[in-house]
Write a protein that binds this ligand. Structure first.
Ligand SMILES: Cc1ncc(COP(=O)(O)O)c(C=O)c1O
Length: 376
């Protein structure tokens, strides 16, 4: 039996189980593999918005160049546990207080107004300009953040004004450009084309405005295939085919780093047939695990038999739902299942990113899931 299954079964007892289980061995191996593939001159930061559980961050840190935060809250969290780790501060709508704190780190500037406020701090500020150029994206991602009208970044027609502010304020040190335009990318060729385009644009802007390009941050956005879990993004090939360049290339991935290490486990409380369809009602639901509802997919899962204490179904197409009083509380639809019984655990893999932390935890006031970290 695997470490994870053992850990999940050990939770069974008086209280029905709802838990996140994080496999720190798998996380360590994954981050080591991601790191080993990076060519010279390429950095990897982790966007902690994907999952900021401290044991996960500690496991990842040796394989990273640092962390990216997008709020004062994330910065406090990191600083409390990692006093010296390099930090990038990004994200739209920074408050004046956040801009002052961000200035202690490398900052991703999202607008001309942010740039003007930083200029007025009259202290050295090291910054990257986040850009939103028009891009020929395939419109297949539900998470396009730029390449079209959006609140993120500065459009190229405003770059001359940004450069003017930089020239007038020597306290502002331009390090480079930042482009994070999409998430959930599963197509390797498409992503290589996108990175190539980022590089062309950054080089072109730097030449036109005589800016010294030291760093190009190409964001995150590498996807995780929830629909076909055996077919994942070929990271090694992406790294092998990255073009050479005289400046540092920097990734700040979220989902691709932590998604694989997390499993959401929930206990089957009831099984029923309704108008010809079968339903498993589980402890928990989308208030713990909003990811499938947020992405609009049926999340893969497997059944781990527990001590059966109620109905059992065999060879059915199962809808998996939670305890909330809304039809939107659904984790999986019409999934073929050989056998499932009340008291079993359903294990949802690929739950280590944008899962617990994007969920509406307190809707209906059910208990929160346990957070379990499994190491060797
Ligand atoms: C600026 C920025 N960088 C990095 C990320 C991480 O993206 P992903 O989890 O898709 O890698 C995000 C996600 O929204 C982001 O907004």
């Amino acid at each position: 039996m695997s470490r994870l299954d053992e850990a999940a079964l050990s939770l069974l007892g008086q209280e029905p189980v709802a838990a996140y289980l994080y496999d720190l061995v798998a996380l360590r191996e994954h981050c080591a593999r991601v790191r080993a593939a990076l060519p010279a001159g390429v950095e990897m930061f982790y966007a902690i918005k994907a999952n900021a559980e401290v044991p996960n961050l500690r496991t990842m840190q040796p394989y990273l160049d640092g962390f990216e935060v997008a709020s004062g809250g994330e910065l406090d969290h990191l600083r409390a546990h990692f006093p010296n780790v390099p930090i990038l501060f990004g994200g739209p709508g920074k408050t004046p207080a956040e801009l002052r704190r961000a200035a202690e780190h490398q900052i991703h500037v999202e607008s001309l107004w942010e740039l003007r406020q930083l200029a007025e701090l009259h202290r050295p500020v090291r910054l990257l300009l986040r850009m939103n150029p028009a891009l020929d994206h395939r419109e297949d991602s539900p998470m396009l953040m730029a390449g079209k009208p959006s609140p993120f970044g500065i459009t190229p027609d405003h770059l001359p004004q940004a450069v003017e502010i930089l020239r007038q304020h020597p306290n502002l040190e331009f390090l480079g450009f930042h482009l994070h335009t999409r998430s959930l990318q599963l197509d390797l060729e498409e992503h290589l084309r996108l990175l190539q385009r980022y590089m062309e644009l950054a080089e072109h802007w730097s030449q036109d405005f005589r800016l010294h390009l030291q760093v190009l941050n190409v964001g995150g956005g590498i996807g995780v295939n929830y629909r076909q879990p055996s077919q994942q993004f070929d990271w090694e090939q992406l790294c092998r085919r990255l073009p050479g360049r005289p400046y540092t290339l920097r990734f700040e991935c979220g989902r691709f780093l932590t998604a694989f290490c997390g499993t959401y486990a929930c206990e089957v409380l009831d099984l029923k047939e309704s108008h010809g369809q079968y339903f498993a009602i589980c402890r928990g639901g989308t208030h713990h695990f909003r990811l499938p509802a947020a992405q609009g997919h049926s999340h893969p899962f497997r059944v781990l038999a527990g001590p059966r204490r109620g109905p059992v179904l065999e060879k059915v197409l199962l809808n998996v739902v939670g305890q909330l009083c809304t039809p939107k509380d659904r984790l999986a639809s019409a999934a073929p299942v050989q056998q499932v019984g009340v008291g079993d655990l359903l294990l949802f893999p690929l739950a280590g990113a944008y899962a617990w932390n994007i969920s509406h935890h307190d809707f209906l006031m059910h208990p929160h899931p346990r957070q379990i970290f499994v190491d060797a």
